[in-house]
Design a binder for this molecule. Structure first.
Ligand code: FAS
Ligand code: PHB
Length: 391
């Protein structure tokens, strides 16, 4: 089987890249390890930057997001029992974010792909990448007991942190940077109305908490927990009781609890692989970088990579120019590292680090006081949160 681009991974990166290549008439296939239902079952991101919503519209899959997405022009920081609103719209000259779950983004992309009957090989096993230094790289896999090999001109590694793409790069050719945080996030999804119409990021003596949502009837909550926290330790009641202890009295009063429809512990890490291109293989999204979710950057970084990669491939195939391909990695990494910095900073500011001692705690409190009292500091937070512009 031959094609122009083989995309490995049918998460948001792979599906969005496929949608943009299809729109430009570029031949491609997607090879995905899991089933479509499994991919849809993962509960992940919730906040979309304007760059992401614009790209979904450009890809022709933005209609439901524009109809059902919740536009948010601010969020609250809660510390020392008081909430402080960060007015994103006022501080950034009109920029906002959209709350629309990654699951729904993936669903919209999948449905559009299915309607166009574009080739997508789910449940592909033993996916392997070959010949990335040559002119005709290949992706092989086993599906339904049949061995298949796809010959292509480029491979887009959109297969996430645990995927095969980054692992296929010779160790001598890649440098990785990593920081693992000493805690995780215990997340709950429940069909209860959100405690507030905007997100609440809380730094409390008991640890971090985040009140988010998916709609006016579906809420998403997180609390900082030990990284190896056994899920069975957390009944729904135990979670709600702990969350209440991390909220201000007003929010505690308004909190509506109910049965969880999803509950999971996510480890937190910062990770970057450099470069993001190896011959005919490009890495995009979580395959190349991971951020702690505090800054809501993971999915939005992935869409930025896809914007750059789709432009580079379209320029190569349609205009026969290679500038985009040559600059793909440096363009992405410039944006990636700024988002890594912001995500690390916001995580360091909002979580409890017992190992940093009383001095570290006082410094954190002073930074929070400065942040909410300074237009310059709040503007810096706001412009990073809504997303830095694409270069
Ligand atoms: P993904 O990991 O989403 O998709 C990769 C795809 O490749 C998957 O479908 C996988 O099955 C497939 N794959 C893997 N190996 C393969 C192989 N060998 N062959 C073929 N296919 C293979 N971001 C936020 O902004 N906010 C959040 O709150 C947030 N929460 C998160 C919680 C968790 C538990 C995790 C893990 C991530 C979270 N993220 C969050 C980040 C997340 O949203 C990612 O940024 C986003 O999924 C990136 O999308 P992809 O790059 O497509 O990678
Ligand atoms: C979410 O709704 O899942 C979410 C929102 C904001 C974050 C992280 C996660 O910073």
């Amino acid at each position: 089987m031959k094609t122009q681009v083989c995309i490995v991974g049918a998460g948001p990166s792979g599906l969005l890249l496929g949608a943009l290549l299809a729109k430009a008439g570029i031949d491609h296939v997607i090879v995905e390890r899991q089933s479509a239902d499994y991919v849809l079952g993962r509960i992940r991101a919730g906040v979309l930057e304007q760059v992401t919503t614009d790209l979904l519209v450009e890809a022709g899959v933005g209609e439901r997001m524009q109809r059902e997405g919740l536009v948010h022009d601010g969020f609250d920081l809660l510390f020392k029992g008081t909430r402080h609103r960060i007015d994103l719209r006022a501080l950034t000259g009109g920029k906002v974010v959209t709350v629309y779950g990654q699951t729904e983004v993936t669903r919209d992309l999948m449905q559009a792909r299915q309607a166009q009957q574009l080739p997508t090989y789910y449940e592909a096993q033993n996916v392997a990448i070959h010949g990335i230094d040559g002119e005709s790289p290949k992706v092989s896999f086993r599906r339904g007991g049949v061995e298949t090999e796809i010959e292509c001109e480029f491979i887009a590694g959109c297969d996430g942190y645990h995927g095969v793409s980054r692992q296929s790069v010779p160790q001598r050719a890649i440098k990785t940077f990593e920081k693992v945080y000493p805690f995780g996030w215990l997340g709950v999804l429940a069909d209860v109305p959100p405690v507030s119409h905007e997100l609440i990021y809380a730094n409390t003596e008991r640890g971090f908490a985040l009140c988010s949502m998916r709609s006016a009837t579906r809420s998403r909550y997180y609390i900082q927990c030990p990284v190896d926290e056994p899920l069975e330790k957390w009944s729904d009641d135990a979670f709600w009781d702990e969350l209440k202890l991390r909220l201000d009295p007003h929010a505690r009063e308004r909190l509506v609890t109910g049965p969880s429809i999803e509950k999971s512990v996510a480890p937190l890490r910062s990770f970057v692989a450099e470069p993001m291109r190896f011959g005919r293989l490009f890495l995009a999204g979580d395959a190349a970088h991971i951020v702690p979710p505090t800054g809501a950057k993971g999915l939005n970084l992935a869409t930025g990579d896809v914007k750059y990669l789709s432009e580079a491939l379209i320029e190569y195939f349609i205009e026969k120019r290679e500038a985009g391909i040559a600059h793909y990695s440096s363009r992405c990494l410039s944006r990636v590292w700024k988002a890594e910095r912001f995500s690390w900073w916001f995580t360091s500011l909002m979580h409890r680090f017992p190992e940093s001692g009383e001095f570290g705690q006082k410094i954190q409190e002073a930074e929070l006081d400065y942040l909410v009292g300074s237009v310059a500091a709040s503007t810096s937070l706001a412009e990073n949160y809504v997303g830095l512009p694409l270069q």
